[in-house]
Design a protein around this ligand. Sequence first.
Ligand SMILES: O=c1ccn([C@H]2C[C@H](O)[C@@H](COP(=O)(O)O)O2)c(=O)[nH]1
Ligand SMILES: [Zn+2]
Length: 157
Amino acid sequence: MPGKRTDVISWDEFFMRAAVAASLRSKDPNTQVGACIADTNHRILSVGYNGTPRGLEDDEFPWGTAENPLYDKHNYVIHAEANAILNYRGSLKDMDGATVYVTLFPCHECAKTLVQAGIGEVVYLDDKYDGTEDNLISKNILDRCGVSWRQMSLAAE
Ligand SMILES: O=c1ccn([C@H]2C[C@H](O)[C@@H](COP(=O)(O)O)O2)c(=O)[nH]1
Ligand SMILES: [Zn+2]
């Protein structure tokens, strides 16, 4: 009898690759973010990426930053983590203790939202805003609220 395959990808890699796949849908020319929420039974609950709110045409959208807040993408884009939570159609109870896999370390607004949704762990790929005020606040929120965070990497193909 042939043995089973053993060189399968880990759960971490599986969920992070789902987050990366979601990020490929983002229209943001500067930073594409994907998020994948997996529960404690290794089930994917939801995925999301950074994009415009439904109804706001992302082809006509000004995807840059601007001094005038009216024309700055940051004031319009829904973040990947928020989209992943909002895309979920089940009970929020399912998110208790779940892990979010994100391609970018969550901002402080997302950190608050993740905490409030019951997420227990954040696994991220990139932390390109490490050390900024927003990033420090985010880490402070996660630490104080008992949400653990760790970085992982994906092997290049
Ligand atoms: O927690 C986060 C933080 C940021 N994003 C999104 C929002 C924007 O579309 C980009 C950031 O753009 P920059 O040009 O790098 O400022 O990333 C997110 O989805 N989640
Ligand atoms: Zn955010």
